[in-house]
Ligand binder design. Structure first.
Ligand SMILES: C[S@@+](CC[C@H](N)C(=O)[O-])C[C@H]1O[C@@H](n2cnc3c(N)ncnc32)[C@H](O)[C@@H]1O
Length: 261
């Protein structure tokens, strides 16, 4: 059962063009602005082993910042996303960067087999109906020996602070269940293996938020607590205390990568 507040971020990311994009864009920009967000992305970028002249694909690229980072390594850098709104924003924000942005569904990538030297996806398999199909499609467009990399949270590790643990636990529980694939982080190595990726390795980075604004932008704490207060009135006092200084939340990001056989 989905007990979370309606129009939650996790639902919006499944089909950005069917929702009001402002909240989605603020959430994406918030993570890019956080030092810990940039740190795990830098680690994931290094693992692609990009050499000048190579080609790299970012699947479900959102606003395209990771495509620009790949481009800065001297490669042909392509980003695809199913959202026309986000691809238009990426094209406008990164005009003149030399990056290519394409509207496409991750389940049906418009590229020939073996087109890229590196293929990545970041925080998107958590939202997509058949993640196994997406990872197989990523492996299909990767050349033999190319790196295929996935970076996803595992919402089973989500930690929401606050003094009244029963309320924190209930908000956590409801939030986790808004995701299509909440346990995707721990599933990545199996999905890569099923897609014919070998030499699979895994790393994890803790992604903490600090202060109410960050927590709320990434985890919608205010809306979730208010929604819960219809059933548990103490959720409102929990929210007040959380706002006043107990705001702490975090989730583990799993980075999993290997080479196309
Ligand atoms: C949380 S965002 C992550 C964006 C970007 N990778 C980042 O790290 O900032 C999830 C992205 O997945 C995209 N998405 C969801 N389903 C998709 C699909 N079937 N094919 C391609 N993109 C999809 C959304 O439009 C959104 O841009």
């Amino acid at each position: 059962m989905n007990d979370a507040a309606p129009d939650s971020l996790a639902v919006g990311f499944r089909d950005v063009d069917a929702t009001a994009p402002d909240k989605i864009i603020r959430c994406l920009d918030c993570l890019q602005a956080m030092a810990v967000g940039r740190a795990y992305k830098a680690r994931a970028l290094d693992l692609l082993g990009l050499e000048p002249g190579a080609s790299a694909l970012d699947v479900a690229c959102g606003l395209g910042d990771d495509v620009v980072r790949m481009k800065a390594r001297g490669v042909r850098a392509v980003g695809v996303d199913r959202s026309r709104t986000l691809i238009a924003a990426a094209q406008s924000r990164h005009a003149g960067s030399g990056c290519e942005f394409v509207v496409a569904d991750a389940a049906d990538l418009p590229f020939a087999d073996g087109s890229f030297d590196a293929v990545r996806i970041d925080r998107s398999l958590q939202h997509i109906t058949d993640p196994g199909r997406i990872v197989r499609e990523m492996a299909r467009v990767a050349g033999r020996g190319s790196v295929v990399l996935c970076a996803e949270p595992d919402w089973g590790t989500f930690l929401l602070g606050g003094r009244h643990c029963a309320v924190s636990e209930r908000i956590q529980h409801d939030w986790i269940r808004t995701f299509q694939n909440p346990w995707i982080g721990r599933e990545l190595s199996g999905l890569l293996a099923d897609a014919g990726v070998v030499d699979i390795r895994q790393d994890a980075v803790w992604l903490p938020t600090h202060g109410f604004a960050e927590s709320d932008l990434l985890f919608e704490v205010d809306a979730n607590a208010r929604h819960l207060s219809a059933e548990l009135p103490e959720a409102l006092s929990w929210l007040e205390a959380y706002r006043r200084g107990e705001a702490y939340a975090g989730v583990l990001m799993l980075i999993c990568w290997g080479r196309k056989h």
